[in-house]
Each structure stands twice: as structure tokens, then as C-alpha cells.
Design a binder for this molecule. Structure first.
Ligand code: ZN
Length: 256
């Protein structure tokens, strides 16, 4: 497989070219619904094909995975007992594409609930799935075919760098905000993220895209995600808890 082949394929198909790819990349033909993509083992096959398209052994995509189980195994809200108001909030957020902040002491299931929103979001359409797969193909971890139509769910740790959150680097790569495109970005322990990282979220939240400036050039990547965050009521987590006392000073709580 070749890194970043999918965006090139999309571009080529829009200008109705015939495209030859390494045989391993032929599975992309299925995602794109394209009949004009051919897989080759080596350059000799390509030459054979160009000399005599009729007799060449060039292969096309065979639909061996077309009956794949598109309902990838994802956690679902139906597993959750109780939690009526939190579930209702998740359902409203999912239905309206709203951002959501889950607020409460540790161990009340904030992360467990947030991770289950994928189970009630609609599957991606072909255009969305294509865009998301194209973004992932720019990283070292392309999406599994079985996940292509599942809205992405990204939950970076609060220790992650601003670059891994919004993208960038010497050879610019999409960050978490772009890998969550058409899906959900979940930030657990929101106040633990650096001020700098949180400020960087302003642009994608306002414009659904992120521009990454480099010395030589600037690139803009899509970053249209639903933002879900969770936080404790105070640094120790127990402010307002019925039986456990909060050990923080009022100043610490205020700052938090
Ligand atoms: Zn506390």
C-alpha cells in the first residue's frame, strides 16, 4: 500500500482518468465505487496492459469484501443502565450535532457515556466516508475497511501536544481535529489540556477547518467534528459529593 494514495485517486477519478495502483491498494476502488481503477503487481503488467488491454492479466477489484459487515463492533448506549439525564443529553447532542460538556465527579461514567455516542450517530455517506478515509490515509494508520462508514471517535490524552491535536509537523499531518472530521472529538479531563492546545481548538470549532502554516506553504484540512468534553467539578473531583469531602482550596477551585 502507498501512503496518501486515496486523495490522489479521488482527484484522478474526478478528471476521469484510468488509474493504475499497486494491487494492495485496489480495495480503494470499492470505497470509491470506481470501475476505472486497475491493480497491478509490477510495472511489467502495466506495460502488458498498455500494449494489449484485452489480454492483459490486470486485475480489477473483486467484490470479496462487498458483503462485509459494515456495522463495525462499537459500544452502544443500549448497554447503559440508568443515567437517564446524561443519555437524554447525548441523544439531543447526537440528533442536533451539538457540542456537549459532561460535568461530574470521577467514576460517574462520563467517558463511558461519551464513547457510546458513536453507536447512535448515523453512518457516514459515501462522500463523507471518502473524505475521512482520505484524511486517515495521510497518517501511518489508515482506516480499516470495516470502519469506513462509522463516524470517527477520537479521544486524545490531555498530555498530547498541540501539534498532534491540530496537525502540523515538518511534513504536515492531520491532527486529532481532522481525524475526528465527520465524527466526534472527545476531550476527557478538559481542564488538564494546556491553555495553548485549547486555544488552538477555536479555529476548527468556528470554521470547521484548520489551517496549518509552514515556512514554505500553508495547508487547510477539514475539521468538522462534534466536540464532547468531560470535566470534574474541581481538581480533586469531589466538590459537592454527598459523602466524600473536597480537599481543594476555594482559590484552586476558582482557577480550575
Ligand atoms: Zn475538590
Amino acid at each position: 500500500p502507498v501512503t496518501g494514495v486515496l486523495p490522489s485517486l479521488i482527484e484522478s477519478l474526478e478528471s476521469s482518468h484510468r488509474v493504475f495502483v499497486a494491487k494492495d491498494d485496489l480495495r480503494y476502488a470499492h470505497l470509491l465505487g470506481a470501475k476505472s481503477i486497475y491493480g497491478i503487481e509490477d510495472l511489467r503488467q502495466l506495460v502488458e496492459y498498455l500494449r494489449d488491454p484485452e489480454r492483459a492479466t490486470t486485475c480489477r477489484y473483486t467484490a470479496e469484501t462487498s458483503d462485509q459487515d459494515l456495522d463495525a463492533q462499537i459500544d452502544d448506549l443500549s448497554d447503559v443502565l440508568g443515567q437517564y439525564s446524561a443519555r437524554k443529553a447525548l441523544e439531543i447532542a447526537a440528533a442536533g450535532g451539538h457540542n456537549l460538556l459532561l460535568f461530574g465527579p470521577p467514576g460517574t461514567g462520563k467517558s463511558m457515556l461519551a464513547s457510546r455516542i458513536s453507536g447512535i450517530l448515523p453512518q457516514l455517506n459515501i462522500k463523507q466516508a471518502r473524505d475521512v478515509a482520505a484524511l486517515y490515509s495521510l497518517t501511518n494508520t489508515p482506516r480499516d475497511e470495516g470502519d469506513w462508514f462509522t463516524p470517527p471517535f477520537r479521544s486524545p490524552h490531555h498530555s498530547c501536544s498541540a501539534v498532534s491535536l491540530v496537525g502540523g509537523g515538518a511534513k504536515p499531518k492531520p491532527g486529532e481535529v481532522s481525524l475526528a472530521h465527520q465524527g466526534v472529538l472527545f476531550l476527557d479531563e478538559l481542564p488538564e489540556f494546556s491553555r495553548h492546545s485549547l486555544e488552538m481548538l477555536r479555529e476548527p470549532l468556528e470554521s470547521n477547518a484548520i489551517s496549518i502554516a509552514r515556512a514554505q506553504h500553508q495547508i487547510t484540512l477539514p475539521a468538522n467534528f462534534q466536540f464532547i468534553a468531560a470535566m470534574n467539578p474541581c481538581p480533586c473531583g469531589y466538590l459537592g459529593h454527598p459523602t466524600i469531602a473536597c480537599t481543594d482550596t476555594p482559590q484552586q477551585i476558582e482557577q480550575y
